[in-house]
Write a protein that binds this ligand. Sequence first.
Ligand SMILES: [Zn+2]
Ligand SMILES: [Zn+2]
Length: 553
Amino acid sequence: MTKPSPKLQIIPLGGMGEIGKNMTVVRYGDDIIVIDSGLMFPQDDMLGIDLVIPDIAYLLENRDLVRAIILTHGHEDHIGALPYVLKQLDVPVYGTRLTLGILEGRLKENNVAATLNPVNPGNQIQIGVFKIGFIRVSHSIADAVALSIKTPVGTIVHTGDFKLDQTPVDGKVTDFHRFAELGDRGVLVMLADSTNAERPGFTPSEKVVGATFDETFRNARERIIIATFSSNIHRIQQAIDTACKYRRKVAVLGRSMVNVVNIAMELGYITMPEGVMIEVDEINNYPASGIAIITTGSQGEPMAALSRMAMSDHKKVEIVPGDTIVISATPIPGNEKMVSRTIDFLLRQGAEVVYEAAAGIHVSGHASQEELKFMHNLIRPKFFIPAHGEYRHLVKHAKLAQDMGMPKENVFVVENGTVLEFTPEKGVIAAKVTAGNVLVDGLGVGDVGNIVLRDRRQLSQDGILIVVVTMDKQRGCVVAGPDIVSRGFVYVRESEQLMEEAKDRVKDALEKCEAGRVTEWATIKSNVRDTLGKFLYERTRRRPMILPIIMEV
Ligand SMILES: [Zn+2]
Ligand SMILES: [Zn+2]
């Protein structure tokens, strides 16, 4: 009997049903490659969590088979988990030069060593059974690529994040020819960016923003401050170019902005004539009409430079009436409130604020419906997996593919952890593997789970009461107390009566225990918790966390 030939498996470990922590496994027999390794920013109910990374239990179980991690571009949702992943998996990483440049800084901050192998768009590399091609695409960061992966079963195309910008700022257009060629030769499976699957039409070119910058610079009489994503190299380049045109000096502000601009200039992805860049300290040596500042804080992040300026909390730059502030980004869902608060503060300081997307001050980096259709028509895959999106984006992208004629059974809308198996003729959902969120809080990775989060939510909503009582273990009677300490529940000095009554209730509960000869500490504690909880809810309609502490003598 011959051994059945191995199947081609595609297993998303992140990025399905969410915008963030993108990670996709491709497996054939004993060869595994991983595409991207991103993080996600925490949702509102993940209190105190710094960031979220994919659960890589599957990769750790198969660690001997993992040959490489392949990166599509340098955004956090594609590289942000690597400092954590590479600590547990010693595998080589492949990506374009800017992607690896940004990653290198991130790894250094975290003291992680790794083998980084630079590739150029157009290159092909052989890893295990896979022949991997890097294909240039436009996106809101330079040096982004899609991947073609030739396998013994057929070719996979993974678009990465992309848009089809016909006039990209660096002139490096998406490699349409290569996509068409792959489509001609036959593509088995395509995974494609679904972020903007709900948006009709085409995403405007990044050059649109350059035109808006030009208009803003032409009209502004005093300082111009532009806030954008530090990773948006092309946007930064356009701001620099416009500043040069209007003879303004450029100062760069904010830690991540300074880092990325330095890396990008070193690698030649940002160019600036000699003498244009000045230090922040030199701003006041020039007239206001001769200054442009490029900064972080487009998302209203409290610690970012723009937010600090807005709150008059920045050490070096103070907002003054006459300043023109351009927020060249749209808020990521969840950040809207912080952004609008920042805008309010800037307006209060007398600044002019340009922020509406409608004003051409920001364009998306992701393909809209017509561009997605274009990609489908170029690639003409047999099977399609919508990727990189909330669940509704995936469903929308699947419908779009079906409207273009793909049979329903060839389109797979899946959750993280789904094992998809392909032969040249057939695609099926074969199994499930572990996938999920690992929460990072400070130095702790994965030590904060659902129970800790539930406690944090309760604490954040109604506070905590600590009941301290000293008891004689032998006789089972109260020696001292009870005392009640509370935080975040009520202001104790104005609620003395409530606290006294609460103490009485605790005493009652303890006496009942004594009378009933209850000596189990755990039972006594739960009686105290129940009695007090009921009383407080009746009186306040609040449910603080109650923490009884019994001290023994
Ligand atoms: Zn991206
Ligand atoms: Zn992305």
